[in-house]
Design a protein around this ligand. Structure first.
Ligand code: CTP
Length: 409
């Protein structure tokens, strides 16, 4: 994490934010005091900042503070004396509209197209990327209505920042704290830096293990954590893609800007994938799917007895292979191959048999590659016979290598 405490902004942020037009919407949350620091950092980084405050935000932080820091008049109402705030032009002026803090109420209004104040009108007129930093108490954050509103905002193309866990206005501890100004600055800079080379692309990613039930308390699984697939999903989203992640049982955190479908078994993962594959541009199958599943799932716990126990297994559907059969010309399909011997030969065989366009090989014989680690070592093969080898890197960097290779081809 960058440290801004000494008041010096690292040059990366200045390069990214210099001259950028940022429209900051501030709403009525206790976290509104942090808006002062956001504005301070943005101005220091050379951005041009215009601010809109809701009436309720003015109860939490003085207009004068934000006007002074931003060096611009702060707008609060659609009509002021004899002037009309031109929300359409403001919405078109900005490179990015940031709403921080965004209260539960504002989020609900944004998600439903309500237009009863200047901030809502500008949001509805904005042609730029909108980034929303929610702030509320945990119960409100976890409420089904809020979840639905967040999903709606994301599917409308907005970026919704994750909330932090910590002290809340209620005095309770929990989820709902707005991201810190420094985190917001990093995200904004990353957003502005990213080559948006996957804008409007729909990406499907499978990740994690599958659990194949034997009885109500047991399953057959594997050691996959889902880290590689989640890193891919994050990088695709950052490049502007609309990402759906079909994730087997995993303890990893998935950011809000990724559409998450949680599944348990190979059969559920297959169903989730085929339902949407038709509308997908790029599918990356990084999940460690069980190849076999019990023929019968016992309804009661299987009791031990004095003899050996034999479990009859049947094959699961090979999701990658099925998608390879359904694949149309304009779709790109990427598989993974986890091997322990004859790595290249096996990987190439899988790419051909499953009709994938690329196969990403990781060998368990390489140190730093495999389940649960934060690093991976890969070689990518494509249909044309090309081979791209990479050193051991963090899974985030590996994700970038995979996507750069695919996009370049
Ligand atoms: N895969 C899949 N559905 C399955 C099994 C595998 O979609 N039922 C996908 C994986 O997500 C991966 C690729 O197929 O992208 C290869 O998986 P891997 O486990 O390496 O190979 P398998 O085809 O299962 O063959 P084997 O286990 O014999 O190596």
């Amino acid at each position: 994490m960058y440290n801004f405490n000494d008041g010096i902004i690292p040059s990366f942020f200045i390069i990214m934010l210099q001259g950028k037009k940022i429209l900051l919407g501030v709403t009525g949350s206790i976290a509104a005091y942090k808006a002062a620091n956001i504005v301070r950092l943005l101005i220091k980084a050379g951005a041009d900042v215009k601010i809109i405050m809701t009436e309720s935000a003015c109860n939490f932080i003085p207009v004068l503070t934000l006007a002074t820091l931003s060096k611009n008049k702060v707008l609060t109402h659609l009509f002021e004396e004899d002037t009309w705030a031109n929300h359409v032009m403001l919405g078109r002026w900005a490179d990015v509209m940031l709403i921080a803090p965004a209260t539960c109420n504002t989020i609900a209004k944004l998600a439903n197209g309500i237009c009863d104040n200047l901030l809502q009108a500008i949001y509805l007129s904005a042609t730029c990327q909108v980034i929303i930093a929610p702030a509320m108490d945990e119960d409100m954050w976890l409420h089904a209505s809020t979840k639905r509103n967040i999903t709606n905002l994301q599917s409308a193309g907005n970026i919704v920042l994750a909330v932090n866990n910590g002290e809340l206005a209620s005095g309770l501890l929990g989820e709902g704290r707005m991201a810190e100004p420094e985190e917001i600055l990093i995200l904004l800079s990353n957003y502005l830096q990213k080559e948006k080379d996957l804008i409007n692309k729909r990406v499907l990613i499978t990740a994690g293990p599958t659990h194949e039930k034997m009885d109500p308390v047991r399953f057959i699984g594997n050691n996959s954590t889902g880290k590689m697939g989640i890193a891919l999903a994050k990088d695709c989203a950052a490049r502007g893609a609309n990402v759906t992640l079909v994730l087997g049982p995993s303890f990893e955190i998935v950011p809000n800007n990724i559409k998450l479908i949680n599944v348990e078994s190979a059969a559920e993962m297959y169903e989730a994938c085929v339902q949407i594959f038709d509308k997908i541009d790029i599918a990356i199958m990084s999940a460690a799917v069980a190849d076999y599943t019990p023929v019968i799932i016992a309804t009661e716990k299987i009791k031990k007895n004095d003899t050996n126990f034999t479990l009859e297994l049947k094959k699961t559907v090979d999701i990658l292979k099925k998608l390879g059969e359904l694949k149309k010309e304009n779709q790109i399909l990427i598989g993974f191959a986890l091997e322990t011997e004859n790595e290249k030969e096996n990987a190439l065989k899988k790419m051909k048999n499953k009709n994938a366009d690329f196969i990403v090989l990781n060998s368990l014989r390489d140190a730093g590659a495999g389940f649960g680690l934060n690093t991976n070592k890969i070689t990518i093969f494509d249909k044309a016979g090309n081979e791209f080898s990479f050193d051991t890197k963090s899974k985030e960097e590996v994700a970038k290598d995979i996507l750069n290779t695919i996009i370049k081809k």
